[in-house]
Design a protein around this ligand. Structure first.
Ligand SMILES: *Cc1c(COP(=O)(O)O)cnc(C)c1O
Length: 404
């Protein structure tokens, strides 16, 4: 059993009053809070180690470089990548997807297909639309079933020798659906296409083994897994990253520059132009160590208990309508209450110190599917408790009377 009290004690932000009430933070799907070890790592870097990386021969530059590269090794181990050069640091999931989609602009042509799904975050829709616009490729969309599962039969029908790339989320941020990524990957490879998985919601809640999955590209953000904002990862198989053209040009990503011709640096530096978020990358290691020390399966188990408990308690509210009831779900509950706008629920809960997310969750097509303007979403992390869910349920019932 985990001691949630002891875990909560490591998160300074949680111990505050909001609008006179103890804060209940249920917006972890948007961003998690940070443990003291992560905050300390950022302060430590700027207080003692600050210098630019991969450039100077001096002591501080070397120290900053070593620590920065240590995080790369930690990411490699965290997702079980074959080589550390397959780990590219980016600004976040959005940036990672754009890096790949931008590269594919010059690798695709008219007659090629890209397949995404109806449940994607806008970050895994718009970059592919832009890629199609430039390359002439066609965007195809896997529909979902009403319970929130992907329509796998429809996916198989969309796949063909024209398919060049499939980009699908591992876990949906709007529905909580855990997609059958092993199956998606195997089917994609059968037609000779490549697959990118959006892992933004998966790395905080599930064990990810990129070699075990045999996934081609995998993207995630540090800030959704107890790490800093402005740091993300693109994992790619070495051979594929070597084929992919660079994203941004500048310092760090070159071997030699002349006005006639510039040659690019080897992986991973080819994709890391300019000075990165050094402090954030270094502190990200502390976040991954925090997860590893607790054990990702312990975290998942705790969150599953919370999802089940919240679902049961929400059912005691009249007019409750769940959005997304897939067989395999994780970390969040999305719902609407009959005749109430989710926005109004969110505003009233905030007055009672409770932070939930309301709206379209950057996934407008999925809202369109369910014909709702948005949903209310409670999303959980390792530091949340059943008592907090009780407070939230009481507050929703209160809001319901006030709005009636
Ligand atoms: C949050 C999220 C993103 C975008 O992540 P950023 O950190 O904002 O770049 C993409 N996909 C999913 C599923 C997400 O939850």
């Amino acid at each position: 059993m985990i001691d949630v009290g002891k875990i909560r004690a490591q998160f300074p932000l949680l111990h505050q009053k909001v609008n006179g009430e103890n804060l209940v933070y249920f917006d972890n799907g948007a961003s998690t809070q940070k443990p003291q070890v992560v905050i300390d790592a950022i302060a430590q870097y700027y207080s003692n180690d600050n210098a630019n990386i991969h450039r100077g021969v001096h002591y501080l530059s070397q120290k900053a470089t070593d620590k920065f590269e240590e995080t790369r090794d930690t990411v490699q181990a965290f997702i079980n990548a074959n080589k550390s050069c397959e780990i590219i640091f980016t600004k976040g999931t959005t940036d990672s997807i754009n890096l790949v989609a931008n590269g594919y602009r010059s690798m695709l042509n008219k007659g090629d297909d890209i397949i995404i799904s109806e449940m994607e975050h806008h970050s895994n829709i718009v970059p592919w639309q832009m890629c199609c616009e430039v390359s002439g490729a066609t965007l195809k969309v896997i529909p979902i079933l009403d319970n929130g599962d992907l329509d796998m039969d429809a996916f198989e029908n969309l796949l063909s020798e024209k398919t060049k790339l499939v980009a699908v989320t591992h876990i949906s941020n709007a529905l909580g659906t855990i997609n059958p990524v092993e199956k998606l990957i195997a089917l994609t490879h059968k037609v000779g296409a490549k697959i990118l998985i959006d892992g933004a919601q998966a790395t905080p809640h599930a064990l990810v083994d990129v070699q075990g999955l045999d996934v081609d590209f995998y993207c995630f953000s540090a800030h959704k897994m107890y790490g800093p904002t402005g740091v993300g990862v693109l994992y790619g198989k070495e051979a594929l990253l070597n084929e992919l053209p660079p994203y941004q040009g500048g310092g760090e990503m070159i071997k030699e520059v002349s006005f006639e011709k510039t040659t690019y640096a080897d992986l991973p530096h080819k994709f890391e132009a300019g000075t990165p978020n050094i402090a954030g990358v270094i502190a990200f290691k502390a976040a991954m160590d925090f997860i590893t020390d607790l054990g990702i399966s312990t975290i998942a188990k705790h969150e599953d208990t919370l999802v089940q408990y919240a679902t049961k308690q929400l059912l005691t509210i009249s007019g409750m309508q769940f959005i997304g009831e897939a067989k395999k779900r994780a970390a969040l509950v999305s719902f609407n209450i009959e005749s109430l706008h989710p926005y109004d629920i969110g505003v009233l809960l905030d007055k009672m110190g409770i932070a939930i997310r309301t709206g379209h969750h950057c996934a407008q097509p999925i809202m369109e599917h369910y014909k709702v303007p948005g949903t209310a979403r409670m999303s959980f992390a390792i530091y949340n408790t059943k008592e907090e869910i009780d407070s939230c349920i009481t507050a929703i019932k209160k809001a319901q009377t006030m709005l009636a």
